[in-house]
Design a protein. Structure first.
Ligand code: GLY
Length: 369
């Protein structure tokens, strides 16, 4: 299979996913156990990745119309209502959970209840905004306030939920909050060389920037590749929703740095600054960056970003893609965090963003962001 024939590739993804969906039925997978998708429906319904399988099914439903994809995605969306009613389960990743489910459903079916879920999720996300510092709080803590000042680069991908809520309600409040967070992120997260940090801690009372943290990357000051990818795609999306040129400039700056560090084989490490050994890889970072670079190429009218996206997708297709029935996942060698015990396994958002990227190349994407 070849990235230069994206229609064939997307069709092969559809064929494989159809078999998997028919076999497993209603499940919310995160990873695989012995090649078989696990299920977080009862184990951890609040987990931030729980919209991605449904999102992938919506992408394939939008492209091909197989009803089983829609049925499972709609079932997933209903399961997530338990999270919407649980303030402990809610965090800043509402875009990841509801743009992939309710948002996609609203675009493809016009469902009013999906629209209501989207607005409810947007209200919650807007409620995490801290006026001091102008940032959206990332995670919850166990009641001691220790995470009250934490914001993370990943949140740039959740801002489209706010932009969309403003459009739906004809009310600028959500967009203004999103732009305030994006403005803060430009100065607080993006370094002079175009790399970005993962976590920034602010004083939640005064808004003063206190420090950055290494988070899921190798260490303080390093370049966690998925964080760089969230930055490329996230700032590009903020530009697409607002036309504010500084967001496009920022996406270009992060992308230039990222592209300059892609290894010769096109396979992306967990962190650009990790030691030579162990050489842990993260296929999710490559897939997410590819999606961002394709959009950035369109927005900046610069084909070099499209070429870089093809380089990443080509490497994944040739050596990290599993299209046979031996495993439920598509991508191999995904890594959640550098210092975790487990590395290089299947992760559902890798599959989602790979599918989204291939659908983009075919002109068959349902644009959910
Ligand atoms: N948003 C968390 C991660 O990228 O792992």
């Amino acid at each position: 299979m070849n990235i230069n024939e994206p229609e064939k590739l997307l069709d092969a993804i559809r064929t494989k996913t159809l078999k998997t969906a028919e076999r497993i039925g209603n499940k919310i997978p995160y990873t695989t156990e012995n090649g078989v998708f696990d299920d977080l429906t009862e184990k951890n319904i609040s987990w931030w990745t729980n919209g991605f399988w449904a999102g992938m099914l919506w992408q394939l439903y939008g492209a091909y119309g197989n009803t089983i994809f829609r049925d499972i995605a709609e079932w997933t969306e209903k399961q997530l209502d338990r999270v919407l009613l649980d303030p402990i389960g809610m965090d800043h990743d509402s875009g990841f959970r509801w743009l992939t489910t309710a948002g996609a459903s609203y675009i493809l079916t016009g469902s009013e209840i999906s629209k209501n879920r989207l607005i409810t999720a947007a209200n919650d996300l807007a409620g995490r905004f801290n006026l001091a510092g102008g940032f959206i709080r990332a995670w919850n803590d166990s009641g001691d306030g220790s995470a009250a000042g934490w914001a993370i680069i990943d949140c740039m991908m959740n801002l489209p939920l706010l932009y969309r809520a403003s459009d739906m309600l004809n009310d600028p409040r959500f967009r203004l909050i999103a732009m305030c967070h994006a403005d803060t992120a430009m100065t607080a997260f993006v370094r002079e060389d175009g790399s970005v940090c993962h976590i920034v801690e602010f004083d939640p009372d005064t808004g003063r920037r206190l420090m950055s943290r290494g988070g899921q990357g190798y260490g303080h000051g390093s370049s966690w590749t998925r964080g760089q990818a969230w930055g490329i795609y996230g700032f590009t999306l903020s530009y697409m929703h607002t036309n504010k040129c500084e967001y496009l400039d920022t996406a270009v700056k992060i992308a230039d740095r990222f592209v300059s560090r892609i290894p010769a084989n096109g396979l992306v490490p967990v962190d650009f600054d990790q030691p030579e050994a162990p050489a842990y890889e993260d296929s999710t970072a490559a897939a997410i960056a590819a999606c961002g670079l394709i959009e950035l190429a369109r927005c900046s009218d610069d084909r070099k970003y499209h070429s870089a996206a093809l380089e990443l997708l080509n490497a994944l297709t040739e050596s990290r893609l599993c299209l046979d029935g031996n495993c439920d996942n598509l991508l191999k060698k995904c890594t959640a965090a550098y210092h975790d015990e487990q590395h290089e396994f299947a992760i559902i958002y890798g599959d989602y963003f790979f599918t989204e990227a291939v659908a983009k190349l075919c002109g068959k994407e349902t644009f959910i962001w």
